[in-house]
Design a protein around this ligand. Structure first.
Ligand code: ZN
Length: 392
């Protein structure tokens, strides 16, 4: 079925190209008439192959029939693309190489063919050739420079060559300022490498570079906070905690253990810190609410904590919130009731464990682990923590 569809598309593309070529020939005049007849003949030979269900021979004949001239270049590019999409990359390469060898292409057409050829090479894993073509295009003044650099950066990303990726990324940023989000992740990847090499200075340099290119990079903030804690830089650490609360309140749960350690050392007023996050207009993460409730329980007793948590759970009903409320129940209840409570708690806990904690905003991938790059669609920073809104 797909084969049929492809052939259909192919014949339509050829027919348009053939028509354009013929129109050109008529414009040029009778000089080309004999050649025009040759095209006609080839075209019908190809059609014959097609009708005899010999698509390979048909395609070869059609390509030979379709003369390359400025008006049919787009058709050739389209045909090459169709081959590539169909997985017949060798043939796509032949079509594109054949095109590039023509001296009568405009600069823009040559650039387009070069980009397509690079993509063919990528499709068959000939990375070196692809990189050379893309690098050349990316360094030119071509209007396709941004596209070429975008392809090139993806190649390095797939190879996890973060140094090359950041270098190309810096050039790409001039074309696409929104690339900053991804560029910051590349610096974070470099920082991860430096952590594995135990090179603290390099970690610091890469994380600062990440925050410079994308001041809202949550990943860089979290990693830097870890680093500052390990180095005992309390002032810098506290600043980062405030920055996460302000710029990425949904990620406060990720640094809660760190914030609690700061509070234990007497460096941070945890209650004030959490209140600041809870006062923000956007709904908070449940863990932030639960952490504050725990604080209230310690400082003012269980009744105040219950009142506080109940108010939040009524606003944003969730399994986790209800479970938190249950756990706050005073345990001085009669034996039978307590047993019933425990069953209820276990039920809610198993429901809670089955819930995904993160979801990709781009493709919907959901899971319980935080990925900075979606394993499904490969988007960067597309995975967000889920908030528990479900009604129980
Ligand atoms: Zn995704």
């Amino acid at each position: 079925m797909q084969e049929l569809l492809f052939l259909g598309l192919f014949v339509v593309a050829l027919a348009i190209g053939w028509f354009l070529g013929r129109r050109e020939a008529i414009k040029v005049g009778f000089m080309l008439q004999p050649h025009g007849s040759a095209i006609d003949r080839q075209y019908f030979i190809g059609l014959n192959y097609l009708l005899n269900e010999q698509p390979d021979e048909a395609i070869e004949t059609f390509i030979r029939a379709l003369e390359v001239n400025p008006e049919t270049v787009e058709t050739h590019i389209a045909i090459g693309k169709l081959f590539c999409q169909r997985g017949d990359v060798e043939r796509a390469i032949k079509v594109h190489q054949n095109l590039l060898a023509r001296p009568n292409l405009t600069t823009q057409q040559a650039d387009r063919v070069q980009l397509e050829l690079a993509r063919d090479y990528l499709a068959v894993g000939m990375h070196n050739r692809a990189e050379r073509l893309l690098e050349e295009l990316g360094s030119s003044s071509s209007s396709l420079r941004g596209e070429a650099l975008g392809d090139l950066v993806t190649v390095y990303e797939q190879q996890r060559d973060w140094l090359q990726a950041t270098e190309i990324g810096l050039r790409l940023l001039r074309e696409r300022p929104d690339f900053a989000v991804i560029q910051a992740h590349y610096y974070c990847e470099l920082a991860e490498e430096a952590i594995r090499d135990r090179d603290i200075n390099r970690v610091q340099v890469h994380l600062q570079a990440a925050l410079k290119v994308d001041p809202a990079s949550t990943r860089a903030m979290l990693m830097l906070a870890d680093l500052e804690e390990r180095q005992g830089h309390t002032r810098a650490l506290l600043k980062l905690l405030q920055r996460v609360a302000l710029e990425s309140p949904d990620f406060v749960p990720q640094i809660l253990p760190l914030a609690k350690r700061c509070a234990d050392n007497g460096d941070l007023d945890l209650a004030a810190y959490l209140d600041k996050v809870l006062e923000r207009p956007e709904p908070p993460m449940l863990q932030t609410v639960l952490a504050r409730s725990e604080q209230i329980e310690q400082q003012e007793g269980v009744t105040s904590a219950q009142r506080f948590l109940l108010a939040w759970v009524q606003q944003q009903p969730s399994i986790g919130g209800t479970l938190g409320l249950l756990k706050l129940q005073p345990h001085a209840v009669v034996q039978a009731e307590e047993a019933g409570m425990q069953v209820l708690e276990q039920l809610l806990e198993s429901l809670q464990q089955q819930r995904p904690l993160y979801r990709c905003e781009s493709c919907g991938f959901a899971g319980q682990k935080l990925y900075w790059q979606c394993p499904s669609c490969h988007g960067w920073s597309t995975i967000r923590p889920l908030k528990g809104y479900e009604v129980v």
